[in-house]
Design a protein around this ligand. Structure first.
Ligand code: ADP
Ligand code: MG
Length: 228
């Protein structure tokens, strides 16, 4: 519990700082990106590679800022009764596009007639997207991501399973630490964000992994909020 309080205090402090500067950084970056894009279009072939790198790095900086902002804001969210399956189906075209680009497959295994839940659609999309992208990034260029939903007694369960490299035991406990990443271009903010989204939905998130075989993230979203 003490760890938990410490974590929340840290987040709210970081959140106040982030809220005041992030927006201000995003605007000039959008302008820079626009002009670099224009410069690239008017530049000779031998400079194209440099512009590609500049744009890639700008996009990376942007995703750090966006992830950081989402994590730090820790917003009070508005929830609506809706179906987890329909959120997944809405996200599917985006996921498929990602998968196709990497030569990967996505398999859906959604249980029909799941009970509806109180969800914030935007956040749940972000949760699924983060878990699926992590799965894809663990797989290089072949394999399948499975997205499953099913009901258990008092919760609806979402599972994202990949056939990737897996996670060594000693790293499992660090996964949800802000800035923990093993990727050269990672932010280490995806899973902390997932955790905070799941917590705001009165849920839990668990991970099971075998090195060299793959990983499953399981999110359980309670049907009823806990008593106040
Ligand atoms: P990032 O993706 O930017 O590295 P995350 O918070 O999303 O940050 O993930 C943190 C780390 O957890 C990753 O760098 C990776 O080492 C590990 N990880 C997360 N998901 C998976 C997965 N599906 N398979 C293997 N490793 C994973
Ligand atoms: Mg990630």
């Amino acid at each position: 519990l003490r760890d938990e309080l410490g974590r929340m205090e840290r987040l709210s402090l970081v959140g106040q700082m982030a809220a005041s500067i992030t927006h201000e950084i995003r605007n000039p970056m959008a302008v820079i990106r626009g002009f670099v894009q224009l410069m690239r279009e008017r530049s000779p072939d031998h400079l194209q590679e440099y512009f590609r790198i500049v744009l890639d790095e700008l996009d990376r900086a942007n995703s750090i800022i966006n992830d950081f902002l989402s994590l730090a804001q820790n917003r009070m969210i508005e929830k609506e009764r809706c179906s987890l399956n329909s959120i997944i189906l809405e996200l599917l075209p985006l996921l498929m596009a990602d998968a196709n680009m990497r030569g990967l497959k996505i398999e859906l295994d959604l249980e029909e007639d799941l009970p509806e839940l109180e969800l914030n659609e935007k956040e749940i999309k972000q949760l699924i997207l983060n878990l699926v992208r992590n799965g894809m990034e663990a797989m290089e260029d072949k394999g399948e991501i499975r997205i499953a939903t099913f009901a258990i007694e008092d919760a609806v369960v979402l599972q994202v399973t990949d056939e990737g490299i897996g996670i060594p035991e000693e790293k499992i406990e660090r996964l949800f630490e802000p800035f923990f990443t093993t990727k050269e271009r990672g932010t280490g903010l995806g899973l902390p964000l997932c955790l905070s989204i799941v917590e705001r939905h009165n849920g839990v998130i668990e991970v099971e992994s075998r090195e060299g075989e793959g990983t499953t993230f399981t999110v359980k979203l309670a049907l009823e909020p806990p008593p106040a």
